[in-house]
Design a binder for this molecule. Structure first.
Ligand code: ADP
Ligand code: NI
Length: 221
């Protein structure tokens, strides 16, 4: 990688570290570092532009709604940073396109148009899976004040509109609402391979959780 690019990535890391430090909503600096490392590995495996993947990964959650007044304000923050950092115009555009798609799609929606965007999205999704994804889900639930499990709370897809508006869910419900679906949402072949093992961890965890939860139930005894 060119030394000018290396320099911009280092500056972006300083900027993102400042933004994410102390966050307890699942967007801490360590998440950003893990996503950056996964993105780097995927970039090498897939033959993508490593600089664009790393830079986008470092900045990918700076624009997050939870860390800004609004999504738009977050996006502007990244746009402004890239400009003052002196990144090449076409690279600024590419990185902004990736971050815009990631933050405005809510994790489910619009497709990534470039291989680099697909890789950063895969890396972010991979970090929501496996045992780290499990830990993040419980940490996020605690931050949000929702319980780890409550059999009386229906899955979001089965909620009435009124229940849905209240936004109540549980950590265990989040597995069914999102985590277990991520395996089939990977863009690249390399990420699909990595997702397999992580998906297995999710299933093993849920199986053990159910067993312990049922302990003492008549049906169990
Ligand atoms: P990211 O874009 O980094 O995936 P999210 O805001 O979607 O960030 O989520 C941050 C972490 O919190 C992820 O691990 C995600 O699975 C978890 N999370 C998001 N929403 C919920 C929820 N409603 N309940 C429990 N965990 C959640
Ligand atoms: Ni993220």
């Amino acid at each position: 990688m060119k030394s000018a690019h290396r320099h911009i990535i280092r500056q972006a890391q300083d900027f993102a570290r400042e933004v994410h430090q102390g966050d307890a909503s699942g967007h801490d600096w360590w998440h950003v570092q893990r996503v950056t490392r996964i993105a780097r590995i995927l970039a090498h495996l897939e033959g993508a532009n490593v600089y664009i993947c790393e830079l986008s990964a470092v900045l990918h959650d700076v624009a997050d709604e939870k860390l800004n007044v609004s999504k738009e304000a977050g996006y502007e923050r990244v746009r402004h940073w890239l400009k003052q950092a002196g990144a090449e115009a076409s690279d600024q555009e590419h990185v902004l396109g990736i971050i815009g798609t990631m933050s405005f799609s809510g994790g489910t929606g619009s497709a990534m148009h470039t291989l680099e965007g697909q890789i950063v999205q895969d890396a972010d999704r991979l970090d929501a899976m496996g045992v780290i994804g499990i830990a993040r889900t419980f940490a996020y639930s605690g931050w949000k004040g929702q319980s780890m499990y409550d059999p009386s709370v229906p899955l979001r897809e089965r909620m009435t509109l009124e229940e849905y508006r209240k936004g109540k869910s549980t950590a265990i419900n989040h597995f069914h609402e999102k985590l277990l679906k991520l395996k089939d949402r990977m863009n690249t072949e390399s990420a699909k391979l990595l997702a397999d093992g992580k998906h297995q961890s999710l299933e093993l965890f849920l199986e053990a959780y159910d067993k312990e939860w049922a302990m003492g139930n008549e049906a169990y005894l």
